[in-house]
Design a protein around this ligand. Structure first.
Ligand code: ZN
Length: 101
């Protein structure tokens, strides 16, 4: 499913984010003296990696949704066991669900 172009684009994207986070950490260490800059840099890295993961998760969620769209995979509510394919359970409103055949 992943074309060569997408793969290269993904690596380029990762390199771009690495460069951005590196540039930010250098900028912080220039502005803030060393012992105080460390927690700020770690915080920025955590925020950035969280943001990147959210972006990737969104892409993965989109592709898995299209992948499972035509298959016979069923989702069951983890709270009440109702079978549904919605984001939240139509019976109890719970967003927790498990995959079942
Ligand atoms: Zn439910």
């Amino acid at each position: 499913m992943m074309s060569d172009f997408n793969n290269k684009n993904f690596i380029l994207n990762q390199a771009l984010w690495l460069g951005i986070s590196l540039a930010i950490s250098i900028a912080i260490s220039l502005i803030v003296p060393f012992p105080y800059s460390l927690p700020i840099i770690i915080g920025v890295f955590l925020l950035l990696s969280f943001y990147i993961r959210q972006r990737q998760y969104k892409k993965l969620g989109l592709s898995s949704a299209t992948m499972f769209g035509n298959s016979s995979v069923n989702y069951y509510c983890m709270n009440c066991g109702a079978k549904h394919n919605q984001v939240s359970c139509p019976r109890c409103g719970s967003k927790m669900k498990r995959v079942g055949a």
